[in-house]
Structures are given as structure tokens and as C-alpha cells.
Design a protein around this ligand. Structure first.
Ligand code: ITT
Length: 204
């Protein structure tokens, strides 16, 4: 049996889980997914901010597992749409919408919008809940909404988000490239430092 300290990732999204694991792998923790807790079904995200939703997910999973729980809530904020879809990114095109439905809805709302006004950002809030400990970090990356999908990697809105420095969409990057600079990676890098202290992990 593993004697490593356990950390449970409070997400049902397998893409997020893979990206979170990539940044956390060097901590030496036993990182567990919700697949090991089939009793925990979709958690209602009825908050009005990313932070509220991240806290709801981390608290729910901590309560049900008794383990330190790490959650992620992410939104794409498009300036021409006054910050939409934001906290509603997962269900932008409706309650059961697919990634493709959401991408198509966004592209059609942005039809005719000039490049100058296609600015957008991904924002991720990562929350950790364990007993009395409750903390969160944020990561933001700026870019533009493209006029059509580009690339094959990633998930969600990745094919239509062109990152400012590289001019590549997240779907045109391989996973190592995305995991170095993404909103999620930035939030996780900050959380990584907190985890070192909380779990009393000795750095090199
Ligand atoms: P959990 O709540 O179980 O973690 P979720 O997919 O419902 O998973 P969110 O509530 O945070 O996650 O929804 C955010 C949506 O934003 C998600 O469904 C994707 O469409 C999109 N998204 C999140 N991270 C993304 C990323 O790194 N690249 C592209 N799109 C992303």
C-alpha cells in the first residue's frame, strides 16, 4: 500500500486532470482522480464567480473523501462579449453543450469583429481545501479569438484561442508547450509552492 500523502483532484474533466498531473508530478504525492470515487457525481456549480465554483468543488470533494482536495474552475473571457462566456464557459451553448457547440457559438458571435477587438483571456482559479486550510491561486493568459479553428491538440476552446507571445493557438502547441505557459499551469505553479509547505515537502 502506498504510504505517500494523498491529494485528490476535484474534477471530472480528464483533460484538466492530465494537465494538473503534469505540473504536480514532481511533488511525490499520491495524486488521485475522482474516477476512484464513482459516488461523487457532477457537482452543481451554482456560484457566480470562478472562485466560488472552485471552492464549491474542493469543499464537496474534501467532505466526501476526507482527503485534501484540489479543484480548478476556468473561464474564457472575451472582451467584445463583455467577459462572456466567463464562468459559464462549460455550458455556453446550452446545458448539455459539447466543446464543438461552444466553439461554434463563440465563432458565430464574433463574426465580423475586427482583429483589434478580438482580445480575450483564459482565467483559472485553483482551490485547495483540507480541514481548516482553504486557499486559492489564479492564472491568466492573454490572447485573441481566431476567425477559425487551428490545430488538433488540447480541448475546449483551445482551437480558437491564439496566445499572444507565440501567436499559436493552444491546439497548435504540444501538451508540454501548453503546460509551460497556460492559465492552468500558471495557477498550478503558484499552488505548487503552497503544497510544498502544506505537505512539508523538502525542496532541492
Ligand atoms: P470540472 O468542473 O469537473 O473541473 P469542467 O469541464 O466542467 O470540469 P469548468 O467548469 O471549469 O470545467 O468549465 C470550463 C470550460 O472551459 C470547460 O468545459 C472547457 O470548455 C473550457 N476550458 C477549461 N479549461 C480549458 C483549457 O485549458 N483550454 C480550453 N478550454 C478550456
Amino acid at each position: 500500500m502506498s504510504r505517500r500523502q494523498k491529494l485528490v483532484l476535484a474534477t471530472h474533466n480528464p483533460n484538466k486532470k492530465t494537465e494538473m498531473n503534469a505540473v504536480l508530478s514532481d511533488l511525490g504525492l499520491d495524486v488521485i482522480g475522482l474516477d476512484q470515487y464513482p459516488g461523487i457525481e457532477d457537482i452543481p456549480e451554482n456560484g457566480t464567480t470562478l472562485l466560488e465554483n472552485a471552492m464549491i468543488k474542493a469543499h464537496t470533494v474534501h467532505l466526501k473523501t476526507g482527503l485534501p482536495a484540489l479543484s480548478d474552475d476556468t473561464g474564457l473571457e472575451v472582451d467584445a462579449l463583455h467577459g462572456a462566456p466567463g464562468v459559464y464557459s462549460a455550458r455556453f451553448a446550452g446545458e448539455d453543450s459539447t466543446y464543438q457547440d461552444n466553439v461554434q457559438k463563440l465563432l458565430s458571435l464574433m463574426e465580423g469583429v475586427p482583429k483589434l477587438n478580438r482580445t480575450a483571456r483564459f482565467r483559472t482559479v485553483i482551490a485547495l481545501v483540507n480541514g481548516d486550510t482553504e486557499l486559492w491561486t489564479e492564472g491568466i493568459i492573454e490572447g485573441l479569438i481566431t476567425c477559425e479553428e487551428r490545430g488538433t491538440g488540447g480541448f475546449g476552446y483551445d482551437p480558437i484561442f491564439e496566445e499572444n507571445d507565440t501567436k499559436k493557438t493552444f491546439s497548435e502547441m504540444n501538451s508540454a508547450e501548453k503546460n509551460k505557459i497556460s492559465h492552468r499551469a500558471l495557477a498550478l505553479q503558484k499552488m505548487h509552492k503552497e503544497l510544498l509547505t502544506i505537505f512539508e515537502i523538502k525542496g532541492e
